[in-house]
Design a protein around this ligand. Structure first.
Ligand code: NAI
Ligand code: ENO
Length: 302
């Protein structure tokens, strides 16, 4: 099947970036978009994030071949219900949510009988809103598609081609496995950042201005991540509860082992771990998965 019209629901960082990427790459695809927030709709129209900004979700999806829900994961079910009456029978419904099993369940409940293929572009920033989107967000980044059992192969191929056309590398994965992998690579790192920045700001004997003034590289990076959108991340932790708690259990055990090594002066344990983790960083850079691309900061205003 050929995708000629894409409807984007939620015109923030992800929705806006999809719209801009479609336009910038000259794919010959028409985009419509809707956001429940009128101010976001106004900014989306000003920035030309999509070809047509619609007042209602139904208006945006009425002629769509592909609908992509770009709202916080806790809002996926409600957003899907809003568009349900106007969804064309042939349309593929997908999303960009950071957790997948709960989203798949919410979409299936809201849109019985629809062709639903959840996805997660593993690409983003700490910024959000319609001002934050940029056309190259997905270039060279993974997009994980989690097709449900019995998924139509032609629809899956069309969705996969769409993400490839935006510059992404596509991988297929089971939703439960996605949630476990992303719990450790994305969700828990965000939880750690929120925690450490909160801990530093709660200290009685160290002032807030000292925390800001003497932020060394590591803490600075944590403050960037801890500036991520509170609604989005609240929803991620509530919808990926099982996998996050499982990985958090392992993380706590490892942290306790390090605590013991520090207390007992066991330098070998510390040195061995730090050597192992340094090798992982090298592999991340070799595979181009870091954001130290020369043009990245300039493009997204960091
Ligand atoms: N921010 C990031 O770095 C990444 C985010 N994601 C996922 O993408 C999704 C969107 O995230 P962002 O674009 O960062 O958020 P955002 O906050 O920039 O945009 C979300 C938009 O959805 C709108 N919205 C909320 N409920 C709605 C509803 N029921 N109907 C219509 N519009 C509604 C909001 O008004 C807002 O404009 C989330 O599910 C998130 O987990 C995925 C990859 C990266
Ligand atoms: O800005 C960062 O460091 C991120 O980690 C961006 C991000 C946030 C959520 C996702 O599901 C994928 C990517």
């Amino acid at each position: 099947m050929t995708i000629r019209r894409v409807a984007i629901i939620g015109l923030g960082l992800l929705g806006g970036s999809i719209g801009l990427a479609v336009k910038a790459r000259g794919l010959g695809i028409t985009t419509t978009g809707h956001d429940r927030n009128p101010q976001v709709r106004a900014t989306a129209a000003e920035r030309g994030l999509v070809d047509q900004v619609c007042e209602t979700a139904a208006g945006a999806v009425a002629e769509a071949d592909l609908v992509i829900l770009c709202v916080p994961v806790g809002a996926m079910g409600a957003a899907a219900s809003d568009l349900a009456p106007a969804l064309p029978a042939h349309a593929i419904v997908s999303d960009v949510g950071s957790s997948k099993a709960a989203v798949a369940e919410a979409l299936a409940a809201a849109l019985p009988g629809a062709c639903i293929i959840p996805a997660h572009p593993v690409a983003g920033t700490e910024q959000s809103g319609p001002e934050a989107g940029f056309a190259t967000l997905f270039a060279g980044r993974w997009c994980i598609i989690t097709p449900p059992e019995g998924c139509d192969p032609a629809a899956l191929a069309a969705l996969s081609d769409f993400w490839t056309a935006l510059g992404s590398k596509v991988e297929l994965m089971d939703a439960a496995h996605h949630d476990l992998v992303l719990a450790v690579t994305s969700h828990i790192p965000h939880l750690i950042a929120y925690t450490i920045v909160g801990t530093a700001s709660d200290l009685e004997d160290v002032t807030q201005s000292e925390v800001i003034k003497y932020s060394a590289g590591g803490f600075r990076d944590f403050t960037r991540i801890a500036a991520s959108d509170p609604v989005m991340w609240r929803d991620v932790f509530l919808t990926n509860r099982g996998a996050v708690l499982e990985m958090l259990g392992r993380f706590s055990e490892d942290l306790t082992a390090l605590q013991r090594a520090i207390r007992s002066g066991d330098g070998d344990t510390l040195f061995d771990l730090f050597t192992r983790t340094r090798a992982i960083r090298r592999q991340v850079i070799e595979q181009g998965q870091d954001d130290e691309r020369p043009d990245f900061g300039r493009e997204h205003g960091a």
